[in-house]
Design a protein around this ligand. Structure first.
Ligand SMILES: CC(=O)N[C@H]1[C@@H](OP(=O)(O)OP(=O)(O)OC[C@H]2O[C@@H](n3ccc(=O)[nH]c3=O)[C@H](O)[C@@H]2O)O[C@H](CO)[C@@H](O)[C@@H]1O
Ligand SMILES: C=C(OP(=O)(O)O)C(=O)O
Length: 418
């Protein structure tokens, strides 16, 4: 298993081009199943979850051709299987999103219960309940969700909680259902909006995306499209936390600042000097960060996917930060590892109390999930001396070329191949 070696202490200076959003690209890749026509996707990030999703699609019979780096043409005109196997699905949460499209277009799907970051129990009960409301017949057996339907029928779905993946599942399924579907309590995340925009480009009739009430009028068929994936707001936020921790001056290119409101507000509160253009962000940091308290919340609140990185920044802040994780019940696995690097953090249920320290020290640490890994990278970049981060396959699932991007702005970071 690869490791990262980081010698901390260098301020970050220069420019980074941010990739397309992993969490938009994954559902968008699954949506190509909904049409037999070619779909061209641009700004597809070069990371392992994308590669795994493409393997799942290929195994279903989707043809895949890379036209250029980050540009892929996919066509689902010869689907040969309706099954997404455990071996591929176990590493990834978003793979459950082939369920709805297969069911909507072919009336049959068998998908292994998904994996992904082990940040909580993460059941798929809402996905199943919602698809049943659309008239699917669903059983869970031998670790698989097995679904059948004549044709899905539009209906009103109100989920028990706001679910990003659930909303995406229902958007894709309802796009080809008979009649109108209304999603109440829908997720408003930018990645949901991006998927809805792709579906509209494919001929779907959707309104209200970006609000908590989405209306989908089912159509008989969808067609091909040429679509560019939105920028990754979490990758961008990760680099901003890094410059907050190390100091320096970086400019992020190809970003979508309008998707990053809560993160930019908190980073400004932490003392970063942030300037925003239409598709760029410049962040300067010349002092020690200030303590900032956050509570994770569904969009437009502070994203849970930025909690660990913000905590890494808070470990170095002047004062005490309170961090409350409201979305996942087990998303503090970075805490013991940050403590190894010298952080002063106490956990009390869903709340982490972070007393800022003046300096972190390099150490050997273990990455436990994707954003936990990112938090360790940030802390290591600021720490005194050498840090070795083990198990970075988590990082490779969700960040495109992170060490090259960081090296280009002055970080002393190196991959140790196993
Ligand atoms: C690939 C992808 O896009 N992943 C993102 C997506 O995950 P994902 O779509 O899995 O997250 P959800 O929004 O569905 O989960 C929110 C909460 O609802 C619970 N829940 C969800 C579905 C369900 O059927 N039953 C249930 O109980 C989950 O356990 C969690 O506590 O949104 C999360 C919340 O912004 C992000 O952290 C993940 O990075
Ligand atoms: C939790 C995440 O990913 P996944 O849902 O794929 O596990 C994430 O992107 O932070």
């Amino acid at each position: 298993m690869d490791k990262l070696k980081i010698i901390g202490g260098n301020p970050l200076q220069g420019e980074i081009t941010v990739s397309g959003a992993k969490n938009a690209a994954l559902p968008i890749l699954c949506a190509v199943i909904l049409t037999d026509e070619p779909v061209i996707l641009r700004n597809v990030p070069d990371l392992n979850d994308v590669r795994t999703t493409i393997k799942v699609l290929e195994q279903l019979g989707v043809s895949v051709e890379w036209l250029a780096p980050e540009v892929v043409k996919l066509q689902a005109n010869h689907i040969t299987s309706y099954e997404a196997p455990y071996e591929l699905v176990k590493t990834m949460r978003a793979s459950i999103l082939v369920l709805g499209p297969l069911l909507a277009r072919f009336g049959s799907a068998k998908v292994s219960l998904p994996g992904g970051c082990a940040i909580g129990q993460r059941p798929v009960d809402q996905h199943i309940k919602g698809l049943e409301t659309l008239s699917a017949d669903i059983r869970v057996e031998h670790g698989f969700v097995v679904a059948k339907a004549e044709r899905l029928k539009g209906a009103s779905i109100r989920t028990d909680m706001v679910t990003v993946g659930g909303t995406e599942q229902f958007l894709m399924s309802a796009a080809l259902a008979e009649g109108t579907t209304i999603l109440e309590n829908a997720a408003r995340e930018p990645e949901v909006v991006d998927l809805a925009e792709l579906l509209i480009a494919m001929g779907a009739k959707i309104s209200g995306h970006g609000t908590d009430r989405i209306v989908i009028e089912g159509v008989d068929r969808l067609h091909g499209a040429d679509y560019t994936v939105v920028a990754d707001r979490i990758e961008a936020g990760t680099f901003l936390c890094a410059v907050g921790a190390t100091g320096g001056d970086i400019t992020l290119r190809h970003v979508a600042p309008h998707t990053m409101g809560a993160t930019l507000d908190k980073l400004t509160e932490a003392g970063l000097d942030i300037e925003i253009g239409e598709d760029w962000i410049r962040a300067k940091m010349a002092k020690r960060p200030k303590a900032v308290s956050i509570k994770t919340h569904e969009h437009p609140g502070f994203p849970t996917d930025m909690q660990a990185q913000m905590m890494a920044l808070s470990t170095l802040a002047e004062g005490t930060s309170l961090i409350v994780e409201n979305i996942f019940e087990n998303r503090y696995m970075h805490v013991p590892e940050l403590i190894r690097l010298g952080a002063d953090i106490t956990l009390d249920g869903h709340t982490a109390v972070v007393n800022g320290v003046a300096q972190l020290q390099g150490a050997k640490v273990m990455a436990t999930d994707l954003r936990a890994s990112a938090s360790l990278v940030i802390a290591a970049l600021a720490a005194q001396g050498e840090t070795i981060i083990d198990r970075i396959y988590h990082l490779d699932r969700g960040y495109a070329n992170i060490e090259e991007k960081l090296k280009a702005v002055g970080a002393n970071i190196e991959r140790i191949k196993s």
